[in-house]
Design a protein around this ligand. Sequence first.
Ligand code: NOJ
Ligand code: CA
Length: 558
Amino acid sequence: MKKSDAWKRKIAYQIYPRSFADANGDGIGDLKGITSKLDYLAELGIDYVWICPVYASPMDDGGYDISDYYSINPMFGTMEDMDELLAEAGKRGIKIIMDLVLNHCSDEHEWFKKALADPNCEEAEYFYFRNSENGAPNNWRSMFGGSAWEHVGNGRYYMHLFSKKQPDLNWENPKLREKLYEMIRWWLDKGLGGFRIDAITHIKKEPTLSSLEPDGDDGLVGCFGPTRNYPGIGDFLTEMREQTFDRYDCITVAEAAGVPYDQLGEYIGENGYFDTLFDFTYSELYSYGHAWHTCKKAWEWPISLLRDKMFASQIETAKIGFGAVYFENHDYPRASEKFLPKEYQSPLSQKMLGTLFFFLRGIPFIYQGEELGMTNTVFESIDDVDDISTKNHYRLALADGLSPEAAIKAVNRYSRDNGRVPFPWSSGKNGGFGEGTPWMKIHPDYRSVNAEDEARNENSVLSYYKKMVALRKSDEFVETLSVGDIEPILTEYDDIIAYIRSGNGKKVCVICSFSPYPLNVKTELIGKKLLLSNYENASLPENGTIKLSEFEAIVFEC
Ligand code: NOJ
Ligand code: CA
């Protein structure tokens, strides 16, 4: 099917359903809650909504451990609620994108239960079971810490690249693949707008599953080499595309870490496996060694590092396709914590960060709460945390001798639960999240940072996001700001990231200053029309200079 490329001119929004809106008062966000907030999303100008997994799941990893692909987790509602959401979204011109988790399922999935009970059954072949006399079959480390193998008795082990409750699916088995394709078609038949496809670069494993040189004191080795974008993966991805996505008018967004630029074409080129992907090269600038508590502060690297990586990604992607751009998602702390020192985190600098990513070439994904300028929350003890990876890093900190108080402080900064606190809808009871006590503590700032108050305030981060969306979708600039070219400028300035978008006979300049001081920047650009700024009195370039206030963002036609 020849697909339309209209999606490139659209705006997407990501929802973490457990924490978005609770309609039935049990303290947990649900599908009816999402439906009740569709007008909010429509008003913001959203076209696609990606919902993190709502399938049946024991919720060991926030729903990325699916026990039945064909049913809705009762905590989120029913299949009727899902149908209602699709219908109501459709009325507002919004398409729903679901998460598609294909690298692993839950150990509570019936396939796995059968496989455990009978090593000779068909389902046993859907997983990576191996027998080993002397401990784990190899020394690969799981992403959430510890061995990637779990013993089930009698020297029988199964592989799990993520938690032990997420056994990896064996894509080498054609029957399993057909079951997955059937399931994908079943969902697309319901009228989904598409899928965000989880951890998809991991589905092919190095076939001999051999141990490798350890890279840590635990004697284990990170499993990226033998399980990420491993040669031969393309056969599976091509087959999946032909058997499923190709037959529908839908978009596919791959979570595709580890794809080198010279292979981008295979993924998102003309005949790529997917329409677009998330590139992680510029969102993880800090490297934390073996654990979060040993890491430098996130922003202790030069802005030029972010700039270089971001533009490398932009330029390489523009050569062959169209990316998906984002600054936040459910796997990261809040962006201002990653990119700005605490003392400079403010609505002003958050608008600047928003501007920087929003006008890049690619479809923007706004993560819930980002449009309010939410910051990291405060976890007082590990009991406030749900996330499996945060618990793992907390354990590592304790093992290294940190006190519980120091350990929780150290992991708080990087915890992905920062982005998973209940959405603050108002300054009222429970931040307007719902009648019941929320499943996770609400952000302490909800009285000032919430959707209701920000909607009333013209200078809020929310009002600014609405302006950004409106500008990017405006008839006048939509072509330029979506599919237009991108060119970095002013790269000689350490604290500035700036670029020009051009196309459709127009040029738009975006300048973002990370400096806490005003700057006079030399430029030959001629400012034709001011389009947007986080300052009321922003000025266009004059006599070869543009004056920038601290943390200024300015967008103008040139
Ligand atoms: C990526 C998801 O975004 C993350 O939340 C999850 O833990 C892993 N994949 C495993 O499914
Ligand atoms: Ca609920």
